[in-house]
Design a binder for this molecule. Structure first.
Ligand code: SF4
Length: 574
């Protein structure tokens, strides 16, 4: 169990010295009884740990597609000009270090960056100049940082709003006194509560499995590692009503018998750490956390927060558990569910932020309240993060069953053409599908919609997504590691104008192979959008093929592309 402190120890050194030195590794290895080489392996896995000295201010600029569209390149150039540093390179500058990073949960306020994990939003070259100049003369980050709060809009009328309606601490917890764990489980089943992180597995079933487990220790883990590009709804819940999420965890503890809870908070949301910690303290003060909760002798539950360190794949529940155990966040081979073999082998419930918040509201408001909201299979409301080519980006609480068209209207989309549903690992839709309803019966959505207008390059969108997956693949299985790289090379080929229709077919074939043979959700979904886009935007891709056929330099470029392609296969260990 000592090893579970590894990430926290590494953060202590990273924060104090700006990097993790050989001496730091030796010290940690001795104290936690972990080999130095293993610690090296862990450090190299996470984006935010550095083995070389960095400047006093580490700047992480988001390179998501939304950021690209809103001026990423200009902002990047401005940072380099003002600081004298180069992105991605360790230099002698003792004041600044620059790195690109994937989505930081601020897609409604792009371009955005984190400076020592303080948020800076709506950046432009002038703003960058001013920030850097002020930092140089010692103005504090606290004074300069921006408010990361997203605008929240409610679509359900009147009393139907669930997540951001009036909240009173302990409202749902007090209710559990009246019911047995079995009765509460039955309430969850009646409302069809499912995981709102994207997998939509029955929450009631998950909690039931944990309740019935013989495990001597049980854990409730809140997955606050919201890394899917374009998604920032969980950030809004943690920012506005962290108490609601905690209440959901306490209810889960009551039902399952778990006595320990962990909130795994992505490092990109470090600025929410204090807020969540204060919320936990409020529950302790009220006697809703600790021993003998609500006067019940056997009801004890405590929650701690663990910071991640920058790894998209840790959003996968078994990778997250590995990370909490102080290891590289590599997903486990699916042999057991975490409720059977989870955190250090104990029965563990892992649910996402929104799921816990919704569970708390279900217990508070009862099944009748939910029966008329949403659709037959999707009850209640859903939080959607909307970004891209819309005049009103932000969080929308929608009733399940709302159409895409309604959302586009409300968010004031401008010439929408290509929509990405549920982030890069989700699916894309075209204009013909705007009447579709967001719900389980039609178009399921994990929590984000990125809107792109007809003037955007679809290839640029796909290229950004594939680059993201290549960077975030943990590399432990070949189909994901090599397959995504091969597809990325195909994009280069299309860009060079040497793509043939055979390539488009191959892209889809490779997509199937990667999806069917990868170990975890990342590989299983990473190629979906590319293949779908080829089918749903046929005219666009056919034009790319046609351009190629007319290209007189095709023979030379073809050879080059074939060489690239071969070199990947040669360097990949199958
Ligand atoms: Fe790692 Fe990709 Fe395999 Fe998942 S599918 S375990 S991210 S290599």
């Amino acid at each position: 169990m000592k090893r579970s402190r590894l990430l926290t120890r590494l953060w202590e050194f990273q924060n104090k010295f700006g990097f993790i030195s050989d001496n730091a590794i030796s010290e940690i290895a001795q104290k936690l009884r972990v080999s130095k080489i293993e610690i090296e392996g862990v450090i190299s896995f996470y984006h935010f740990f550095h083995r070389q000295p960095t400047g006093k201010y580490i700047i992480y600029l988001n390179n998501s597609i939304i950021s690209e569209h809103k001026g990423f390149e200009l902002v990047k150039t401005a940072f380099e000009k003002e600081t004298g540093c180069t992105f991605g390179k360790y230099c002698d500058n003792t004041l600044f270090s620059l790195f690109e990073t994937s989505c930081i949960g601020l897609s409604d306020q792009e371009p955005a960056a984190l400076i020592n994990f303080h948020p800076f939003t709506n950046l432009n070259p002038e703003k960058v100049k001013s920030i850097v100049q002020k930092l140089k003369i010692g103005v504090s980050l606290e004074t300069l940082q921006n408010n990361p709060t997203s605008k929240i809009q409610y679509i359900p009328s009147g009393n139907k709003t669930i997540f951001f309606r009036d909240y009173f601490l302990g409202n749902s917890i007090k209710k559990i006194l009246k019911y047995s764990p079995e009765e509460l489980l039955s309430t969850l089943f009646k409302t069809n509560l499912e995981g709102h992180g994207g997998a939509f597995f029955s929450t009631g079933l998950k909690w039931k499995y944990c309740k019935e487990s013989n495990s001597t220790k049980k854990y409730i883990i809140c997955n606050a590692d919201e890394g899917e590009p374009g998604t920032f709804k969980d950030k809004s819940l943690l920012n506005n009503v962290p108490e609601l999420v905690i209440e959901g965890m306490i209810i889960a503890s009551y039902i399952t018998g778990a006595s320990k809870g962990i909130i795994y908070l992505r490092a990109e949301y470090t600025y929410l750490f204090k807020k969540i910690k204060n919320a936990i303290q409020k529950f302790k003060n009220k006697g809703y956390l600790g021993n003998e909760i609500l006067g019940m002798k056997d009801f004890k539950f405590n929650i701690k927060i663990q910071l991640g360190a920058g790894a998209y794949v840790c959003g996968a529940e078994t990778a997250l558990i590995e990370s909490l155990e102080g290891k590289r966040g590599e997903p486990r081979i699916r042999k057991y569910f975490p409720t059977e073999y989870g955190y250090f082998g104990n029965s563990t419930v892992v649910n996402n932020v929104e799921t816990f918040a919704k569970a708390a509201r279900i217990i508070e408001l009862g099944t009748d309240f939910f029966s008329n909201i949403g659709t037959q299979k999707s009850k209640g409301t859903k939080l959607i993060s909307i970004s891209g080519d819309v005049a009103k980006p932000g969080i929308y609480e929608i009733e399940w069953g709302t159409t895409i068209k309604e959302l586009l209207h409300l968010s004031q989309a401008t010439a929408p053409y290509y929509l990405q549903i549920s982030g890069p690992s989700g699916e894309c839709i075209n204009e013909m599908e705007f009447d579709r309803k967001i719900c389980k019966e039609d178009l399921i959505c994990g929590g984000s919609i990125m809107v792109f207008n007809r003037y955007r390059s679809i290839l640029q969108i796909i290229e950004n997504f594939m680059k993201f997956f290549n960077e975030e693949s943990c590399g432990s299985c070949t189909p994901c590691r090599a397959g995504n790289q091969i597809l990325y090379e195909k994009i280069k080929k299309i860009k060079k104008g040497i793509c043939t229709s055979k390539d488009l077919e191959e892209i889809k074939e490779w997509g199937k192979i990667v999806s069917l043979t990868s170990r975890c959700g990342l590989g299983q979904t990473s190629t979906k959008t590319f293949s779908m886009a080829i089918d749903k935007f046929k005219d666009y891709f056919n034009l790319k093929v046609k351009t190629c056929t007319d290209n007189c330099s095709i023979e030379f470029d073809m050879e080059e592309a074939v060489y690239d392609y071969d070199s990947i296969i040669k360097t990949t260990q199958f």
